[in-house]
Design a protein around this ligand. Sequence first.
Ligand code: G6P
Length: 364
Amino acid sequence: ESYDLGGHDTYMHKEISEQADAVDRALRGRIDDRFSTVHLGGLNLDAREARGVRRVKILGCGTSYHAGQIGAQMIEELARIPSDAEPASEFRYRDPVVDPDTLYVAVSQSGETYDVLAAVQELKRKGARVLGLVNVVGSAIARETDGGIYVHAGPEVCVVSTKCFTNMVVSFALLALHLGRIRDLSVADGKRIIDGLRKLPGQIDEILKGEEEIKKLSAAYADAKSMMFIGRVRGYPVAREASLKLKEVSYIHAEAYPASELKHGPLALIEPAMPTVAIVPDDDLLEKNRAALEEIKARSGRILAVAHQEQEKADHTIIVPKNEPELDPILMGIPLQLLAYHTALALGRDIDKPRNLAKSVTVE
Ligand code: G6P
Protein backbone atom coordinates (compact mmCIF):
# COMPACT_ATOMS: atom_id res chain seq x y z
CA GLU A 1 0.00 0.00 0.00
CA SER A 2 1.22 3.44 -0.89
CA TYR A 3 0.76 7.04 0.14
CA ASP A 4 -0.97 8.07 -3.08
CA LEU A 5 -4.74 8.31 -3.22
CA GLY A 6 -5.04 5.54 -5.79
CA GLY A 7 -8.18 6.99 -7.37
CA HIS A 8 -9.98 7.75 -4.08
CA ASP A 9 -11.11 11.28 -3.23
CA THR A 10 -9.75 11.14 0.32
CA TYR A 11 -7.36 9.03 2.37
CA MET A 12 -10.23 8.12 4.69
CA HIS A 13 -12.08 6.48 1.81
CA LYS A 14 -8.93 4.79 0.56
CA GLU A 15 -8.09 3.46 4.00
CA ILE A 16 -11.63 2.20 4.67
CA SER A 17 -11.53 0.31 1.38
CA GLU A 18 -8.13 -1.26 2.14
CA GLN A 19 -9.32 -3.09 5.22
CA ALA A 20 -9.73 -6.59 3.80
CA ASP A 21 -6.11 -6.58 2.59
CA ALA A 22 -4.91 -5.03 5.84
CA VAL A 23 -6.58 -7.74 7.94
CA ASP A 24 -5.19 -10.40 5.64
CA ARG A 25 -1.72 -8.98 6.29
CA ALA A 26 -2.23 -9.01 10.08
CA LEU A 27 -3.07 -12.72 9.92
CA ARG A 28 -0.48 -13.79 7.37
CA GLY A 29 2.12 -16.23 8.69
CA ARG A 30 0.72 -16.12 12.20
CA ILE A 31 -1.84 -18.94 12.24
CA ASP A 32 -0.77 -22.39 13.36
CA ASP A 33 -3.44 -24.89 12.30
CA ARG A 34 -1.64 -27.88 13.81
CA PHE A 35 -2.25 -26.65 17.34
CA SER A 36 -5.15 -24.26 16.66
CA THR A 37 -3.14 -21.32 17.91
CA VAL A 38 -1.09 -18.41 16.61
CA HIS A 39 2.59 -17.47 16.49
CA LEU A 40 3.41 -13.95 17.54
CA GLY A 41 7.13 -13.75 16.94
CA GLY A 42 7.85 -10.45 18.67
CA LEU A 43 5.81 -11.02 21.81
CA ASN A 44 8.75 -11.98 23.97
CA LEU A 45 6.56 -13.69 26.55
CA ASP A 46 7.13 -17.41 27.09
CA ALA A 47 4.42 -19.92 28.07
CA ARG A 48 5.39 -19.90 31.75
CA GLU A 49 5.27 -16.09 31.89
CA ALA A 50 1.96 -16.05 30.02
CA ARG A 51 0.46 -18.51 32.50
CA GLY A 52 1.54 -16.28 35.38
CA VAL A 53 -0.37 -13.23 34.11
CA ARG A 54 -3.19 -12.39 36.56
CA ARG A 55 -4.54 -9.26 34.89
CA VAL A 56 -4.20 -7.42 31.61
CA LYS A 57 -4.31 -3.63 31.51
CA ILE A 58 -4.48 -1.97 28.09
CA LEU A 59 -3.49 1.68 27.65
CA GLY A 60 -4.13 3.90 24.64
CA CYS A 61 -5.69 7.17 23.50
CA GLY A 62 -8.62 8.01 21.22
CA THR A 63 -9.49 5.33 18.72
CA SER A 64 -6.67 3.13 19.97
CA TYR A 65 -8.20 3.20 23.46
CA HIS A 66 -11.48 1.96 21.96
CA ALA A 67 -9.62 -0.83 20.16
CA GLY A 68 -8.14 -1.64 23.57
CA GLN A 69 -11.61 -1.87 25.12
CA ILE A 70 -12.63 -4.48 22.57
CA GLY A 71 -9.26 -6.20 23.06
CA ALA A 72 -9.76 -6.38 26.82
CA GLN A 73 -13.12 -8.09 26.32
CA MET A 74 -11.59 -10.56 23.88
CA ILE A 75 -8.75 -11.43 26.28
CA GLU A 76 -11.16 -11.82 29.18
CA GLU A 77 -13.50 -14.01 27.10
CA LEU A 78 -10.94 -16.20 25.36
CA ALA A 79 -8.09 -16.34 27.88
CA ARG A 80 -10.22 -15.84 31.02
CA ILE A 81 -7.82 -13.23 32.41
CA PRO A 82 -9.47 -10.20 34.03
CA SER A 83 -8.72 -7.36 31.60
CA ASP A 84 -9.59 -3.76 31.07
CA ALA A 85 -8.56 -0.73 29.05
CA GLU A 86 -7.97 2.80 30.28
CA PRO A 87 -7.00 6.03 28.52
CA ALA A 88 -3.20 6.26 28.92
CA SER A 89 -3.64 9.96 29.68
CA GLU A 90 -5.75 9.17 32.76
CA PHE A 91 -3.61 6.26 33.94
CA ARG A 92 -0.48 8.43 34.02
CA TYR A 93 -1.95 10.96 36.38
CA ARG A 94 -3.73 8.83 38.94
CA ASP A 95 -0.80 7.20 40.70
CA PRO A 96 -1.87 3.65 39.75
CA VAL A 97 -0.75 0.54 41.63
CA VAL A 98 1.76 -1.17 39.36
CA ASP A 99 1.43 -4.88 39.87
CA PRO A 100 4.11 -7.40 38.79
CA ASP A 101 1.47 -10.00 37.81
CA THR A 102 -0.27 -7.59 35.45
CA LEU A 103 0.60 -7.59 31.78
CA TYR A 104 0.41 -4.05 30.40
CA VAL A 105 -0.28 -3.47 26.71
CA ALA A 106 0.31 -0.05 25.12
CA VAL A 107 -1.73 0.38 21.94
CA SER A 108 -0.92 3.07 19.39
CA GLN A 109 -1.09 3.59 15.64
CA SER A 110 1.81 6.03 15.45
CA GLY A 111 3.78 4.63 18.37
CA GLU A 112 4.57 8.25 19.24
CA THR A 113 1.58 9.51 21.26
CA TYR A 114 3.14 11.26 24.22
CA ASP A 115 0.60 10.19 26.85
CA VAL A 116 1.02 6.54 25.88
CA LEU A 117 4.81 6.79 25.74
CA ALA A 118 4.95 8.50 29.14
CA ALA A 119 2.72 5.77 30.63
CA VAL A 120 5.06 3.11 29.20
CA GLN A 121 8.11 4.87 30.63
CA GLU A 122 6.50 5.17 34.06
CA LEU A 123 5.56 1.47 34.00
CA LYS A 124 9.08 0.48 32.98
CA ARG A 125 10.52 2.59 35.78
CA LYS A 126 8.37 0.60 38.19
CA GLY A 127 9.49 -2.75 36.80
CA ALA A 128 6.29 -3.70 34.94
CA ARG A 129 6.08 -5.97 31.91
CA VAL A 130 4.82 -3.84 28.98
CA LEU A 131 3.97 -5.02 25.47
CA GLY A 132 3.25 -2.78 22.50
CA LEU A 133 0.48 -3.18 19.93
CA VAL A 134 1.68 -0.69 17.37
CA ASN A 135 1.39 0.08 13.66
CA VAL A 136 4.52 2.10 12.90
CA VAL A 137 7.57 -0.15 12.92
CA GLY A 138 10.49 1.15 14.97
CA SER A 139 8.44 3.94 16.59
CA ALA A 140 9.15 5.16 20.13
CA ILE A 141 6.56 2.95 21.84
CA ALA A 142 7.67 -0.08 19.83
CA ARG A 143 11.25 0.56 20.98
CA GLU A 144 10.44 1.19 24.65
CA THR A 145 8.24 -1.87 25.18
CA ASP A 146 9.54 -5.36 26.05
CA GLY A 147 7.98 -6.91 22.97
CA GLY A 148 4.69 -6.84 21.16
CA ILE A 149 2.67 -7.15 18.01
CA TYR A 150 2.90 -5.03 14.90
CA VAL A 151 -0.60 -4.59 13.53
CA HIS A 152 0.55 -4.27 9.88
CA ALA A 153 -2.23 -1.91 8.76
CA GLY A 154 0.12 -0.13 6.34
CA PRO A 155 0.42 3.67 6.20
CA GLU A 156 -2.59 5.54 7.56
CA VAL A 157 -2.72 9.18 6.49
CA CYS A 158 -6.24 10.39 7.38
CA VAL A 159 -6.29 11.91 10.86
CA VAL A 160 -9.22 9.70 11.85
CA SER A 161 -8.24 6.08 12.15
CA THR A 162 -10.14 3.34 10.34
CA LYS A 163 -8.05 0.49 8.96
CA CYS A 164 -5.60 0.72 11.82
CA PHE A 165 -8.43 0.41 14.34
CA THR A 166 -9.64 -2.74 12.60
CA ASN A 167 -6.15 -4.23 12.51
CA MET A 168 -5.62 -3.41 16.17
CA VAL A 169 -8.75 -5.30 17.10
CA VAL A 170 -7.71 -8.25 14.91
CA SER A 171 -4.29 -8.18 16.61
CA PHE A 172 -5.96 -8.24 20.02
CA ALA A 173 -7.96 -11.28 18.85
CA LEU A 174 -4.64 -12.96 17.99
CA LEU A 175 -3.22 -12.06 21.40
CA ALA A 176 -6.38 -13.35 23.14
CA LEU A 177 -6.21 -16.58 21.18
CA HIS A 178 -2.52 -17.00 21.96
CA LEU A 179 -2.98 -16.40 25.70
CA GLY A 180 -6.12 -18.56 25.70
CA ARG A 181 -4.42 -21.56 24.09
CA ILE A 182 -1.58 -21.40 26.61
CA ARG A 183 -4.18 -21.39 29.38
CA ASP A 184 -7.66 -22.98 29.24
CA LEU A 185 -9.02 -22.40 25.75
CA SER A 186 -9.80 -25.75 24.05
CA VAL A 187 -8.46 -26.90 20.67
CA ALA A 188 -12.03 -26.77 19.34
CA ASP A 189 -12.54 -23.18 20.46
CA GLY A 190 -9.13 -22.24 19.10
CA LYS A 191 -10.12 -23.69 15.74
CA ARG A 192 -13.48 -21.93 15.86
CA ILE A 193 -11.77 -18.55 16.35
CA ILE A 194 -9.16 -19.25 13.65
CA ASP A 195 -11.90 -20.18 11.18
CA GLY A 196 -13.66 -16.93 12.13
CA LEU A 197 -10.50 -14.85 11.64
CA ARG A 198 -9.99 -16.33 8.19
CA LYS A 199 -13.50 -15.31 7.16
CA LEU A 200 -12.94 -11.65 8.07
CA PRO A 201 -11.39 -10.29 4.84
CA GLY A 202 -14.20 -11.70 2.66
CA GLN A 203 -16.84 -10.44 5.07
CA ILE A 204 -15.26 -6.96 5.16
CA ASP A 205 -15.45 -6.81 1.37
CA GLU A 206 -19.08 -7.87 1.55
CA ILE A 207 -19.83 -4.99 3.96
CA LEU A 208 -17.98 -2.50 1.76
CA LYS A 209 -20.10 -3.54 -1.21
CA GLY A 210 -23.07 -2.02 0.63
CA GLU A 211 -21.55 1.47 0.42
CA GLU A 212 -24.24 2.94 -1.86
CA GLU A 213 -26.94 1.93 0.59
CA ILE A 214 -25.01 3.46 3.52
CA LYS A 215 -24.48 6.64 1.51
CA LYS A 216 -28.26 6.97 1.13
CA LEU A 217 -28.73 6.41 4.85
CA SER A 218 -26.19 9.07 5.72
CA ALA A 219 -28.21 11.57 3.68
CA ALA A 220 -31.20 10.66 5.86
CA TYR A 221 -29.29 11.35 9.10
CA ALA A 222 -26.97 14.22 8.10
CA ASP A 223 -29.49 16.81 9.34
CA ALA A 224 -29.24 15.54 12.94
CA LYS A 225 -27.77 17.98 15.48
CA SER A 226 -26.91 15.14 17.79
CA MET A 227 -26.89 11.34 17.67
CA MET A 228 -26.95 8.60 20.28
CA PHE A 229 -24.95 5.40 19.84
CA ILE A 230 -25.82 2.37 21.94
CA GLY A 231 -24.54 -1.15 22.38
CA ARG A 232 -24.28 -3.74 25.08
CA VAL A 233 -21.12 -5.55 26.28
CA ARG A 234 -19.36 -6.44 22.99
CA GLY A 235 -21.38 -3.80 21.18
CA TYR A 236 -20.62 -0.96 23.59
CA PRO A 237 -17.03 -0.17 22.55
CA VAL A 238 -18.19 -0.47 18.93
CA ALA A 239 -20.80 2.21 19.69
CA ARG A 240 -18.14 4.38 21.38
CA GLU A 241 -15.79 4.20 18.43
CA ALA A 242 -18.59 4.84 15.92
CA SER A 243 -19.70 7.87 17.91
CA LEU A 244 -16.13 9.21 18.03
CA LYS A 245 -15.73 8.67 14.28
CA LEU A 246 -18.92 10.58 13.50
CA LYS A 247 -18.07 13.56 15.70
CA GLU A 248 -14.43 13.81 14.60
CA VAL A 249 -15.16 13.88 10.92
CA SER A 250 -18.69 15.34 10.57
CA TYR A 251 -18.72 17.61 13.68
CA ILE A 252 -22.17 16.27 14.59
CA HIS A 253 -22.41 15.84 18.32
CA ALA A 254 -22.67 12.19 19.28
CA GLU A 255 -22.57 10.27 22.48
CA ALA A 256 -22.30 6.60 23.22
CA TYR A 257 -24.01 4.76 26.02
CA PRO A 258 -24.38 1.15 27.07
CA ALA A 259 -27.93 0.24 25.99
CA SER A 260 -28.55 -0.97 29.54
CA GLU A 261 -27.89 2.54 30.92
CA LEU A 262 -30.44 4.32 28.71
CA LYS A 263 -33.10 4.16 31.38
CA HIS A 264 -30.78 5.82 33.90
CA GLY A 265 -30.65 9.13 32.09
CA PRO A 266 -30.15 9.42 28.33
CA LEU A 267 -33.69 8.23 27.58
CA ALA A 268 -34.71 11.79 28.52
CA LEU A 269 -32.97 13.00 25.33
CA ILE A 270 -34.83 10.72 22.95
CA GLU A 271 -37.14 12.50 20.51
CA PRO A 272 -37.45 12.54 16.70
CA ALA A 273 -34.58 15.03 16.36
CA MET A 274 -32.15 12.72 18.22
CA PRO A 275 -31.59 9.57 16.15
CA THR A 276 -30.03 6.47 17.70
CA VAL A 277 -27.56 4.11 16.10
CA ALA A 278 -27.88 0.71 17.78
CA ILE A 279 -25.40 -2.16 17.63
CA VAL A 280 -27.53 -5.31 17.73
CA PRO A 281 -25.53 -8.51 17.22
CA ASP A 282 -27.31 -11.83 17.11
CA ASP A 283 -25.87 -12.97 20.43
CA ASP A 284 -27.18 -13.82 23.92
CA LEU A 285 -28.22 -10.22 24.44
CA LEU A 286 -30.40 -9.89 21.34
CA GLU A 287 -33.69 -9.79 23.26
CA LYS A 288 -32.30 -7.21 25.71
CA ASN A 289 -31.19 -5.04 22.82
CA ARG A 290 -34.58 -5.35 21.17
CA ALA A 291 -36.23 -4.17 24.37
CA ALA A 292 -34.02 -1.04 24.26
CA LEU A 293 -35.14 -0.38 20.68
CA GLU A 294 -38.75 -0.61 21.84
CA GLU A 295 -38.08 1.96 24.56
CA ILE A 296 -36.64 4.33 21.97
CA LYS A 297 -39.47 3.77 19.49
CA ALA A 298 -42.03 4.41 22.22
CA ARG A 299 -40.48 7.92 22.50
CA SER A 300 -40.63 8.45 18.71
CA GLY A 301 -36.85 8.14 18.33
CA ARG A 302 -35.48 7.29 14.89
CA ILE A 303 -33.33 4.15 14.89
CA LEU A 304 -30.58 2.92 12.61
CA ALA A 305 -29.58 -0.61 13.62
CA VAL A 306 -26.40 -2.46 12.69
CA ALA A 307 -27.40 -6.08 13.06
CA HIS A 308 -27.21 -9.62 11.74
CA GLN A 309 -30.88 -9.60 10.84
CA GLU A 310 -33.57 -7.03 10.08
CA GLN A 311 -34.73 -5.26 13.26
CA GLU A 312 -38.46 -4.67 13.27
CA LYS A 313 -38.32 -1.63 15.57
CA ALA A 314 -35.58 0.09 13.59
CA ASP A 315 -36.30 2.58 10.80
CA HIS A 316 -33.29 1.20 8.92
CA THR A 317 -31.12 -1.86 9.44
CA ILE A 318 -27.63 -2.32 8.04
CA ILE A 319 -27.09 -6.08 7.92
CA VAL A 320 -23.56 -7.33 8.52
CA PRO A 321 -22.40 -10.92 8.00
CA LYS A 322 -22.21 -13.07 11.11
CA ASN A 323 -18.91 -14.37 12.44
CA GLU A 324 -18.06 -15.92 15.82
CA PRO A 325 -19.66 -13.79 18.57
CA GLU A 326 -16.25 -12.83 20.03
CA LEU A 327 -15.20 -11.47 16.61
CA ASP A 328 -18.45 -9.68 15.72
CA PRO A 329 -17.18 -6.31 17.04
CA ILE A 330 -14.52 -6.29 14.31
CA LEU A 331 -17.18 -6.22 11.60
CA MET A 332 -19.98 -4.22 13.18
CA GLY A 333 -18.10 -0.92 13.22
CA ILE A 334 -17.12 -0.97 9.55
CA PRO A 335 -20.44 0.22 8.07
CA LEU A 336 -20.38 3.03 10.61
CA GLN A 337 -17.01 4.23 9.32
CA LEU A 338 -18.74 4.63 5.97
CA LEU A 339 -21.69 6.36 7.64
CA ALA A 340 -19.31 8.89 9.26
CA TYR A 341 -17.46 9.37 5.97
CA HIS A 342 -20.58 9.95 3.85
CA THR A 343 -22.16 12.21 6.47
CA ALA A 344 -19.00 14.33 6.52
CA LEU A 345 -18.92 14.38 2.73
CA ALA A 346 -22.56 15.49 2.54
CA LEU A 347 -21.76 18.29 5.00
CA GLY A 348 -18.67 19.38 3.03
CA ARG A 349 -16.18 18.72 5.85
CA ASP A 350 -12.40 18.56 5.54
CA ILE A 351 -12.41 14.78 5.87
CA ASP A 352 -8.72 13.94 6.05
CA LYS A 353 -7.86 16.87 8.32
CA PRO A 354 -10.72 17.65 10.67
CA ARG A 355 -10.43 20.99 12.43
CA ASN A 356 -8.48 21.11 15.71
CA LEU A 357 -7.19 17.53 15.44
CA ALA A 358 -3.77 16.05 14.68
CA LYS A 359 -2.86 12.59 13.46
CA SER A 360 -0.45 12.09 16.26
CA VAL A 361 -0.23 14.06 19.48
CA THR A 362 3.43 13.99 20.50
CA VAL A 363 3.24 16.71 23.13
CA GLU A 364 1.57 16.84 26.52
C1 G6P B 1 -4.91 11.46 17.88
C2 G6P B 1 -5.63 11.06 16.61
C3 G6P B 1 -6.57 9.87 16.88
C4 G6P B 1 -5.80 8.74 17.51
C5 G6P B 1 -5.08 9.18 18.78
C6 G6P B 1 -4.11 8.13 19.28
O1 G6P B 1 -5.80 12.05 18.76
O2 G6P B 1 -6.37 12.14 16.09
O3 G6P B 1 -7.14 9.43 15.66
O4 G6P B 1 -6.68 7.69 17.81
O5 G6P B 1 -4.29 10.34 18.53
O6 G6P B 1 -3.09 7.95 18.34
P1 G6P B 1 -2.15 6.70 18.26
O7 G6P B 1 -1.16 7.01 17.19
O8 G6P B 1 -1.49 6.57 19.63
O9 G6P B 1 -3.00 5.52 17.97
